[in-house]
Write a protein that binds this ligand. Sequence first.
Ligand code: NDP
Length: 286
Amino acid sequence: MEQQGNYKAELVGVFGYPVAENPTIVMQEAAFQACQLNWRYLTIEVLPEDLEDAMKGLRAMNMRGINLTIPHKVAVLKYLDQVAPDAALMGAVNTVRRDGKLLIGENTDGKGFLRSLREDAHVDPAGKHVVVLGAGGAARAITVELALAGAGQITVVNRTRARGQELVALLNDRTETNALFVEWDVAYCIPEHTDILVNATSIGLFPNVEAKPEIVYESITKDMIVCDVIPNPPHTPFLQEAEARGARVLDGLGMLVYQGAIGFTMWTGREAPVDVMYQALQNVFS
Ligand code: NDP
């Protein structure tokens, strides 16, 4: 434990609305305990119109940082002193850390995906051809990090044209990758040369556990690595279909744990006990 006679806990947490079902507290508190840190992770309900006051409160109470979830990831930008370049590109912040008096915005979602890709699947995205289903917050974070990591080509497949086109324009204008948009109006056939396929939609998330993205599953080959962002349940029908075609798969639980682990290190300066965090979340989802 930390120095005897020091009863002050360091505070972090999450602001969201709704927020009650956000399980991040479980993995962060497990990590603090494992590292014998007197830190607390608070799950705090903040209405959209109260975000400014909540951010002032965070400064006043000298909190060490905060996670942002729905609906605050974009709105929080105007209350920060600095924003990391990748988060600025995405236009969204999910983690705030302190540097002295400064509040700095980061986005760890895409970084968590990238770390899971590299460390769990042993895949380096540099030069790879990637297909991403979806163009929402998760897809933005993942494609920006893949582009910054040198992905050769990124195809964004999305139902709503404007959202997909906006993301592709951002990737082409602001990164070195070659991005293409495909409107998703019929079952999508995965191009043969694809190395990495990612479901970054919300299809398959609890309670709709039987749902799967509308693609031609026969077009998945054993040479592809197929990834899902859905953490609950992690073994989605999408991944099961990919496994049936001999592809390697990567579930969304790894991404969730790593984005939390990266946040833990940003806040505490300590290496995160990834296995402890993974186990804590797995207990929640099982
Ligand atoms: P958004 O609402 O921002 O985006 C949702 C995306 O899914 C959009 O592209 C939307 O298309 C698409 N979509 C939803 N339903 C359908 C459908 N029936 N058919 C076709 N497309 C569909 O959500 P987020 O990007 O923030 O989150 C997406 C998922 O990622 C969530 O399930 C979340 O749990 C998960 N996630 C996981 C993380 C992890 O660490 N594992 C981290 C962050 C998110 P359209 O634009 O046409 O509406």
